[in-house]
Design a protein around this ligand. Structure first.
Ligand code: 6R9
Length: 651
């Protein structure tokens, strides 16, 4: 670590919003929290009024635990809120998406363009027989037609189920069949790191066993050879191009489902998480506006997620469009053609708000500072993080190397199930602490509870629970009410349990500690994976780390660590000792990993989360569990063979 970085990372260093940032920010005082506390339902109603409603609700909230209905009786259409109202207000020429293809081809779509394309696609879907309430599966790469397809479904009241365009035929088939989708929107092939992924071939394999799918709409993107099944498959350019450019939006009930999104699920069959129309849009728009301090006339916003996971739904499509943002959307990988692609893109479009995941940030750290240094990143004014706990070291690197010590970094905690951000700073009002997601947003209540469900005082640690409903909460698990009750509402009576551990410090800041299933028990002490990983990554040579508990006859569990080094550092036995001592120094001897294995990469899901379950299988020398959601399944196989040939060190 450089001295400058070290200085920034000093224990307890906090980051208050700068005067310049506060001056222009939407919220620069904590009053909004008081407003929300005073009348939380009224507060949400106030946020909902930012949207256009065909008919206003008669009841803000009906809460029949665990079932919530928000803005009951209200009528609206999501695509109208995302497109028509901005065009009507005179912003038709504003760019909605600056789209950048992986190979450098570009398209800019204005709000008027988006509206026309969405209407055409909506008309095409109707012509193909899709009706209100039908489920439509979407299996595509990151092309503008993906948000267009989502919005076209929303326009006609069809429920979309986006399946990440990298999942296998089996995963696609399971999701289609669970939702009983009647149509599929896909493309011939998608670009990834310079080559074509043959999406249509995967589709053909999946559809052999998908009896409910009557039609497939196929976008031509990569011009790879595809087989079109007569009667079922239709080219996008043949069906969509000639459609009328207007399509009356279906007036939807606030509680009608907008989409289903299957969680990658670390265990068992994926769950179809159902989201609503009015409550969902209210909270994604509200959080996108205030957490990212969005100024629609001047900001250029870029969320690097894929639309195939919830961050893409809420913070590439629905939140940003509802707020009339100008966004960047990128098709490919961050290292194509070189490791500076993101920074070249920030410079090119003068991105001012940038939202990415800690895994990506740690990868950039691993690659080294030279890549961001090649570019002028002075347009940036705000940075965001989502997906995993961000360790203080990565936070500070992000703040410095990307944000030029000028941009607040908002760490945003939420889940597919919560639909929108729940715990995060408001950048103009909150003093930041690297590694802390800070506080529940105004309108949101979160608490930390113990095994018996009792609230733990401040400071304290335990389970993170949400004791009252919020507008964008999941409305259930598709077709499985019991699973909804069992998974989220059975562990603690009357409270939603998120599955994460968390603690508060003496100032009440929230610190997320990872999934409780991952927490290790060493000699009777609960040790969070996040804290040990964070201590490992604190060492200047370490880029990324994952730790798991493995059965140990003396201590119950022992800590097995998997570590990736930063460019220019080499592993050695002496270095293993140095790292173990580093952890002991930062946390205590109890947290010292028993074994450390150096690896080139860690097994991660497509959305960038480390899959500790598989590392646990490796450490316990068990059969590997389900690997279908991995970004690169070969990584875990190589870790397994290296782990077995390395002798874990003993104390
Ligand atoms: C949005 C998203 C949800 C799980 C969640 C938690 C982890 C997400 C986090 C975070 C610590 C953050 N998580 N953001 N942990 N700090 N800022 O990621 O949804 O894919 O459903 O994952 O991700 O463990 O429970 P999803």
């Amino acid at each position: 670590m450089s001295d400058a970085l070290e200085a920034l990372l000093q224990e307890g260093r906090t980051f208050a919003p700068s005067k310049e940032f506060r001056k222009q920010s939407l919220v620069s005082s904590a009053e909004i929290y008081d407003d929300a506390d005073h009348d939380w339902q009224g507060f949400w109603a106030h946020q909902a009024l930012e949207l256009d409603w065909h008919q206003e609700w008669h009841t803000i909230l009906e809460w029949d635990l665990p079932f919530a209905k928000w803005f009951v009786g209200g009528k609206l259409n999501v695509s109208e809120n995302c497109l028509d109202r901005h065009v009507t207000a005179g912003h038709g020429e504003q760019v909605a998406f600056h789209w950048e293809g992986e190979s450098g081809d570009v398209r800019s779509l204005t709000y008027s363009d988006m509206l026309v394309e969405v209407c055409r696609t909506a008309n095409a879907l109707k012509q193909l027989g899709v009706a209100k309430g039908d489920r439509v599966a979407i299996y595509m790469g990151m092309v503008p037609e993906l948000p267009i397809a989502m919005l076209a479904c929303a326009r006609i009241g069809a429920v979309h189920s986006v399946v990440f365009g990298g999942f296998t035929a089996q995963s696609l088939k399971d999701r289609i069949n669970d939702a009983q989708a009647v149509a599929l929107i896909t493309q011939d092939g998608s670009w990834r790191r310079g080559s074509v992924f043959d999406l249509k071939a995967v589709v053909d394999e999946a559809l052999i066993e998908c009896p409910t799918i009557a039609k497939a709409l196929v976008l031509q993107r990569a011009s790879n050879d595809v087989v079109m099944t007569p009667g079922r498959d239709h080219w996008w350019h043949e069906v969509v191009a000639d459609q009328a450019t207007e399509c009356a939006a279906e007036v939807m009930d606030s509680e009608d489902p907008l989409f289903i999104l299957y969680t990658s699920g670390t265990t068992g069959k994926p769950k179809g998480i159902v989201h609503s129309t009015g409550g969902y849009l209210t909270q994604v728009a509200y959080t996108h506006k205030y957490v990212f301090d969005l100024h629609p006339d001047t900001d250029v916003y870029w969320c690097t997620a894929d639309c195939g996971w919830v961050t893409g739904h809420s913070y590439i499509v629905y939140g940003p469009l509802a707020n009339r943002s100008t966004s960047v959307m990128y098709e490919g990988t961050p290292d194509y053609p070189d490791k500076d692609r993101f920074w070249a893109t920030v410079e090119k479009y003068k991105v001012s708000i940038f939202y990415t995941a800690p895994t990506a940030i740690r990868t950039f750290m691993k690659w080294g500072d030279e890549y961001p240094l090649r570019h002028d990143l002075s347009s940036l004014r705000l940075l965001g993080s989502v997906g995993e706990p961000i360790n203080p070291e990565a936070w500070v690197w992000y703040y410095k190397a990307i944000g030029g010590e000028r941009c607040p970094v908002v760490d945003t905690w939420w889940q597919t199930e919560t639909g929108a951000i729940m715990i995060s700073a408001l950048p103009g009002a909150t003093t930041l602490k690297p590694g802390s997601a800070t506080f529940p947003l105004p309108g949101i209540q979160a608490e930390i509870i113990d095994d018996s469900g009792k609230t733990v005082g401040v400071p304290g640690g335990g389970y993170l629970a949400l004791p009252r409903p919020w507008p964008s909460m999941l409305r259930g698990v598709w077709g499985d009410e019991q699973r909804y009750r069992d998974t989220y509402w059975s562990r603690f009576e009357g409270k939603y349990f998120a599955g994460d551990g968390a603690k508060t410090d003496d100032e009440g800041y929230f610190w997320l500690l990872g999934r409780v299933d991952d927490i290790m028990l060493v000699s009777g002490h609960n040790i969070s994976t996040t804290e040990v990983e964070s201590a490992l990554v604190d060492h200047p040579a370490v880029a990324e780390a994952a730790v798991v508990g493995k059965t140990d006859s003396t201590t119950g569990q022992a800590i097995a660590a998997f570590v990736t080094l930063r460019a220019g550092h080499d592993p050695s036995d002496a270095f293993v000792e140095e790292l173990r001592n580093h952890v002991a120094k930062l946390i205590g001897p109890i947290a010292k990993p028993q074994s450390i294995l150096f690896t080139d990469d860690l097994p991660k899901t497509r959305s960038g989360k480390i899959m500790r379950r598989l590392l646990r299988n490796v450490a316990e020398d068990e059969q590997l569990g389900d690997t279908t959601t991995l970004a690169d399944p070969s990584i875990v196989a190589s870790i397994k063979s290296r782990y077995l040939s390395a002798a874990p060190s003993e104390d």
